[in-house]
Design a protein around this ligand. Sequence first.
Ligand SMILES: Cc1cc2nc3c(=O)[nH]c(=O)nc-3n(C[C@H](O)[C@H](O)[C@H](O)COP(=O)(O)OP(=O)(O)OC[C@H]3O[C@@H](n4cnc5c(N)ncnc54)[C@H](O)[C@@H]3O)c2cc1C
Ligand code: FES
Length: 289
Amino acid sequence: MTCTGAMSLTEVEPLLNPLTPETYRVVARRVETGDVVTLSLEPTSGASPLSFRPGQFNMLTSFGVGEVAISISSAPGASGPVEHTVRDVGAITHALCNSAVGSIIGVRGPFGTDWGVDELDDMDVVIVAGGIGLAPLRGAISHLVDKPGRTGRVYVLVGAREPDQLTFLGDLERWERDGAVVKITVDVPDSHWQGAIGVVTTLLPTIAFDPARTVALVCGPEIMMRFTVRGLVDLGVPLGSIRVSLERNMQCGIGWCGHCQLGPLLICRDGPVFADSEALEQLISERER
Ligand SMILES: Cc1cc2nc3c(=O)[nH]c(=O)nc-3n(C[C@H](O)[C@H](O)[C@H](O)COP(=O)(O)OP(=O)(O)OC[C@H]3O[C@@H](n4cnc5c(N)ncnc54)[C@H](O)[C@@H]3O)c2cc1C
Ligand code: FES
């Protein structure tokens, strides 16, 4: 660095790079539900597929609209484009959900911590997902179900508000076929629904798992995660064996701006997946507003 205070382009570039998105092309667009879309993305540079771990997220840019954090919903190492599943809740996610095949979006990442599924070969894994919370877990579940030599069982518990808000039904069928125990419930049934009714925590007592050799992965609305963590602890799962993925509004995604602060933690840098008891205690001790 020069001592005049001015920085050359070569000096500035490494500092800017983490905030500069790479361009990706939308190569496929699949409507999952009325307001949820999965985008399949490939780098326009022709570079090799993105290397990531399940649970990590990217910052996606809809050019001219803005940038948001979105989890990677495909499995690491899967052939083909990287997938992101987006719920249309505001201006930026609306623009992303409406990105046509062939259009260009920006991608920065991957960022953050992951579910750590590689260490769980001999453990039972209980996965609890609420609504769009299945998206950040999808790659982890595929990894667990497909990994040769795993001895632990995989339980997938999914809750949605209504049947037409259930996502990844094809994956759920495939995981069940390949040995996972899959259970689904909805809060409000329609006239065709023949399955379980109730919040996702009502599924916990219906599975026969050994809490002492279980790791739980939980993602969904914060209130759902709070009740799920409490439910798991009540069934004997140690707090230290529970991992949750937390969300906060993000801007830089790399620990620079402080937008995603939760007490002493930065969700983008220390999370989004938290496995430590301190973050979980903070989550479950919060009272409903
Ligand atoms: C690590 C991480 C991973 C995420 N993964 C996904 C994903 O896989 N798929 C997906 O659809 N969304 C995901 N989100 C949430 C997504 O980033 C927000 O929905 C998005 O920022 C909303 O932006 P918007 O401009 O479309 O809506 P806005 O106009 O900003 O917000 C619309 C509504 O969503 C709420 N909101 C905004 N940001 C967030 C947030 N970060 N978390 C919760 N509520 C928010 C607002 O309070 C408001 O009610 C993730 C967020 C984080 C932090
Ligand atoms: S989003 Fe900037 S510090 Fe986390």
